[in-house]
Write a protein that binds this ligand. Sequence first.
Ligand SMILES: [Zn+2]
Length: 196
Amino acid sequence: MNHRHLLPNEIDLLVDGDAGFGVGPLRAHLAECADCRTRYDELRVVSEALESLPHHTPSLRFSDRVMTQVQVIEPWHVALSESAARLVPASTPMRVLAGVGAGLAAVTISGSALWLAFRADLAGFVFSLFIDRTRDSLVAGAGEVATSALGADATATLATGGPALLALAAGVLATTAVAAVFAFRRLAATARATRE
Ligand SMILES: [Zn+2]
């Protein structure tokens, strides 16, 4: 004796005429329980009504027409790995070349950044020195002004030289970065052309 009512999926099994293992006890419960029999009968009416509808299959182009309206969103990591995979050349010599190029670009960029940081530090030091000297010369007496001015001139030359060097370094860094990007694009294009 089954002490619980049938679950929706169990009634589905009975309506579908499933003859698998375990259907026997379900049928036994159906014979004893008016509640479950009512639900079973209702579901069978719906099922038979559906079966009586004319069967038709959608045209072959239907799914294509639907999919043209669906925007398939590519996960960002898939897009990223595909772009990265496209950048890697197919042939071994090209891969070695690209690897060497990437290494050189990395070393150049890091070196330039380090050098730039060092120059910025030096320029800052020279600038503060120049400020100190100028203030000292303002405080000092008229006799000392001339000597201090000479010193200030020397530091001023250094201070103007600093930013110029800084600009040059920044230019070298930017040129290297742009050249690296163009080199990679060229490599990738060549590799794609070889593959296709
Ligand atoms: Zn029941």
